[in-house]
Design a protein around this ligand. Sequence first.
Ligand SMILES: O=C(O)CCC(=O)C(=O)O
Ligand SMILES: [Fe+2]
Length: 280
Amino acid sequence: MIPLTAIPRVSGLTKEAFKEQYLDTSKPVVITDLVDSWPAKEKWTLDFFKENFGHLMVPVFSSKGSQAGKGYMSPDKKMPLKDYISAIQEGATDLRLFLYNIMNDAPELHSDYEVHTIMDGFFKEFPFTFFGGAGSKVAMHYDIDLSHVFLTQFDGRKRVVLFSPEQSKYLYHLPFTVASYIDVDNPDFEKYPALKKVTGYETIIERGDTIFIPSGYWHYIIYLDAGFSMNQRANDSVIKKVQGAVNIATHFVVDKGMNRIFGERWKEIKEEIAEWRANH
Ligand SMILES: O=C(O)CCC(=O)C(=O)O
Ligand SMILES: [Fe+2]
């Protein structure tokens, strides 16, 4: 098994303590009271969204949506939010709704939350929501723009597994992507021997918890129940912003172009490069 350490759970964190203990040291933490003052904390449930915004047509992605290859950012179809929520509540689908900015379609939701003040540099225009049914998995990735992520859980529980960016070399990172397809719970040490060197973190977040995922951290997420979360992202460093922009450009341009030229073979080439790098 890959050794995983429990992520600490804290409350009453000041901006200064957060900076000193977690931001500057790039350590993950679960903050249990960060959204205590938000109306959303009590109000936002799957049923609330179904009843009040059920008519919205939302883009949904099948589980293959988080895999490599062409079109990994394009939705599989659109459906009314109420039908989608009913389907995940009944356990009838593995469709996911991710990176969805529901505030664009329902601006009244803006009054239910606040932009965090625990650090500087939050992108005010980007609160994304993520929905999924029990058993849904988010393939291991890191966020391409290298921002810090604050993921708040509203309904259901999620298991979150993290690896620091320093572990990338052992994680069979597929070049020109933000993905790794190692199976955290069932690692194949024979095929991927460098995995023996990996250590990570894990926790379960539930209603009201906010997990801080530092910039560049790998994350693998399993929905234990049907539920949803919202994230806010921050980037307080000019260097990281530039790195993030370069990352976005090279990944999209190179990966898309190579997909077009090599098709399926490009995926194999990336896997070969990833194996060679980690094994060396
Ligand atoms: O919770 C999810 O479904 C994915 C969250 C995620 O990857 C993120 O916030 O960057
Ligand atoms: Fe992510």
